[in-house]
Write a protein that binds this ligand. Structure first.
Ligand SMILES: Cc1cc2nc3c(=O)[nH]c(=O)nc-3n(C[C@H](O)[C@H](O)[C@H](O)COP(=O)(O)OP(=O)(O)OC[C@H]3O[C@@H](n4cnc5c(N)ncnc54)[C@H](O)[C@@H]3O)c2cc1C
Length: 450
């Protein structure tokens, strides 16, 4: 019996090896530039199956990767020469409307969680693209249209079930495993395989928002107005700026926004933008939570992508200039994204979650997206140049770990956390995964022994 045959014998789930039909489709990464080939892919039937699989991996000395929604732009969920535990079919969420909580299977997409919670006019802060996986997104932060009123997705994480690399099953909550809950709130997939995630929900009756599009000479002024609105924005408002290159080759700006509550108050909050003469298109409406979540069209699997950016501590003219310069030079489907951060996201105490970007006022990222291999060099250079052009505003030199560049360095991962948080995460890693078997992630190396 080959070694993978032994995994088959011990488990009930599906096991795929490179020669099996279905392997290539199962290993395919979101990003066509990431070509990792797992030694085998395992789709567990249940939690005991995962326990058996990680114990098997320990015996045969294979590192372990995890896939939820599969949206890692750095290809973390298509790991080379590893056991890949594929949870992508573990989808669905159950809501307790009295406790205002939801428990979701860890392979769920945002749409699964949203559909379950919206049935009770409740919502969890998660992300803005409904096909993204909740697993990677929540464990590494989570920026959504509820950011300013509820904080990051990881702030709403109140419990989890997790299988350690040794095969122990741990139920995590603030009472029983407070340190691990802290680590799961932003420390990524470093500590174990999370099978269930429990969220605190919030009532969301109605939303108002959409996209305002601007072009011409006034776009620098539009960006500065958006920064001014952000400086005093109430918690109901969340803003994102997108900088793109139009068909005529000239740079353009969209300000995408969501207002939680009364549409009239929402319209008043962005009046300085809707009154601006550079506005050429307004696609704004009142809507429910599910419509809000469907505002962004999914970006399909299989394109070539390279993202790079910074969590910044300041919004100023140099950022506006950098956005316009990068947009003017963008190719393919590439664009720059600025997700503005204020409100509850800042007011939640730093110590309650490992997430390292709480002090940032924005997540600024260049998203290079294209489809022909000939453009690889140019596109990657564009994203790197854009990131470099805003590095002087960076909190600590790190970016948002959910938007990782393909070749992210260990130093850039460490820079995403304050040093005390980093040390604490490394201690937790040493406790739970001292051999760093879960290393296909924004990796936290175990604290040194001794
Ligand atoms: C088109 C697109 C839109 C996006 N929009 C947003 C957005 O609006 N807001 C935002 O915050 N982010 C957004 N992201 C980034 C997103 O948060 C990350 O890509 C995230 O990794 C997606 O989670 P996933 O489960 O799909 O990832 P996967 O690729 O499945 O997993 C990535 C890594 O997360 C870890 N992981 C995942 N699940 C588990 C688990 N159950 N147990 C342990 N570790 C696990 C593993 O280390 C894994 O390698 C977007 C990404 C894309 C591609």
């Amino acid at each position: 019996m080959n070694i993978v045959g032994d995994l088959r014998a011990r488990t009930r789930g599906e096991v795929l090896e490179p020669h099996d039909a279905g392997y290539q489709a199962a290993r395919a990464a979101y990003n066509a530039l990431s070509t990792g080939q797992p030694a085998c892919i395992f789709r567990p039937a249940d939690v005991p199956d995962i326990v058996a699989a990680v114990r098997w991996a320990g015996e045969v000395d294979l590192p372990i990767g995890v896939r939820g929604g599969g949206h890692s732009v750095a290809g973390h969920s298509s790991p080379n020469d590893a056991l890949l535990v594929d949870l992508s079919r573990w989808r669905g969420a159950a809501v307790d409307p009295v406790a205002c909580t939801a428990e979701a299977l860890a392979g769920s997409r945002l749409m699964d969680l949203d559909a379950a919670t919206a049935a009770y006019t409740l919502a969890a802060p998660s992300g803005t693209f409904i096909d993204t996986g909740i697993g990677g997104l929540t464990l590494t932060g989570g920026i959504s249209w509820l950011l300013a009123s509820q904080g990051f997705a990881c702030d709403a994480l109140i419990g989890a079930r997790m299988v350690t690399v040794d095969g122990d099953v741990i139920d995590v909550d603030d009472e029983h495993e407070p340190e691990l809950l802290w680590g799961l709130r932003g420390g990524g997939g470093n500590f174990g395989i999370v099978t269930h995630l429990r969220y605190a929900l919030t009532p969301v009756q109605r939303m108002y928002g959409g996209a305002l599009r601007f072009r011409g000479d006034g776009i620098r002024d539009v960006i500065m107005r958006a920064f001014e609105i952000e400086a005093t924005a109430p918690d109901e408002l969340v803003l994102a700026i997108v900088a793109w290159r139009g068909d005529d080759g000239a740079p353009g700006i969209s300000v995408n926004f969501a207002w939680r509550g009364d549409p009239n108050a929402g319209a008043a909050a962005v009046r300085a933008l809707t009154d601006h003469p550079a506005l050429f298109e307004s696609d704004v409406k009142a809507m429910g939570w599910l419509q809000q979540q469907a505002q962004y069209e999914p970006i399909p699997f299989g394109l070539r992508q390279y993202w790079k950016g910074h969590l910044v501590g300041k919004l100023d003219e140099t950022l506006a200039d950098a956005l316009i310069a990068a947009a003017a030079d963008a190719g393919g489907e590439s664009f720059c994204l600025v997700e503005l951060i204020h409100g509850v996201a800042h007011r939640i105490p730093e110590a309650s979650a490992a997430f390292g970007g709480r002090a940032a006022v924005a997540n600024v990222t260049a998203l290079a997206i294209w489809d022909d291999a000939e453009s690889d060099e140019r596109q990657i250079a564009w994203a790197r140049r854009m990131a470099d052009s805003v590095a002087h505003l960076s909190l600590r030199g790190g970016g948002y770990l959910n938007y990782p560049e393909l070749d992210q360095t260990a130093a850039r991962v460490a820079a995403a956390f304050p040093s005390q948080t980093w040390d604490r995460l490394r201690q937790l890693k040493r406790q739970l995964d001292p051999a760093n078997r879960l290393r296909f992630n924004a990796n936290v190396p175990p604290a040194d022994l001794g």
